[in-house]
Design a protein around this ligand. Sequence first.
Ligand SMILES: Nc1ncnc2c1ncn2[C@@H]1O[C@H](COP(=O)(O)OP(=O)(O)OP(=O)(O)O)[C@@H](O)[C@H]1O
Ligand SMILES: [Mg+2]
Length: 211
Amino acid sequence: MRGAFVTIEGIEGVGKTTSLDTVRETLGRSGIAFRITREPGGTALGERLRELLLHADDGEPVRGETEALLMFAARAQHLSLVIEPALERGEWVVCDRFTDATFAYQGGGRGVDTEFLECLRDGVQRGREPDLTLLLDAPVEVGWARIANRSHDRFERERKEFFERVRRAYLYLAERNPARIKVIDATQSREAVAREIDAVLGRFVAEWKAR
Ligand SMILES: Nc1ncnc2c1ncn2[C@@H]1O[C@H](COP(=O)(O)OP(=O)(O)OP(=O)(O)O)[C@@H](O)[C@H]1O
Ligand SMILES: [Mg+2]
């Protein structure tokens, strides 16, 4: 049986990377073989594209369309070299950000045309979609406060309104895809968020195994 594809989404600092610890524990306890990866990145070329995307500092404005194309370039590598082969072997793949992030940041945040993004998605993913997405949601200030003493990348230097648009776009995606995207209230304590993720993922594992 092929593995399940799980993605974790949300604006900066809400606790995506932190939640991977809970995911490791829940999947480990269920005896599931899994690999954890991230976007942009996940392959050698993808990590180089990530570097360009997050830290391009030539002073030249970067168009949202350019960002989207680079994101999907990295994603094409990641899907064909890492994600698809692992799923085929029966491993689960857990990805820290995926295509919902492109719709939220480049679509919602930068205003890139949704049809353009859908076209790239369809060409690159050929029907592959995450089976489960955990969307960690919190007001922009909450995430910001949590990463206040970190050095900021090109996105994190954006203004508050940008992230408000990104957050709204994520919530809109969740509304449109309620079966796939589960919204987790990320304003809660670490322990409460971990419990909720464990419960949602645990239920999903049981359903997946029962198919
Ligand atoms: N529920 C929580 N309550 C308080 N602090 C938290 C919570 N979850 C995570 N943190 C802390 O907030 C900071 C950001 O968490 P984390 O790096 O997991 O966020 P992220 O969503 O991966 O951020 P980024 O978008 O920058 O990758 C970390 O210092 C983490 O320990
Ligand atoms: Mg992170």
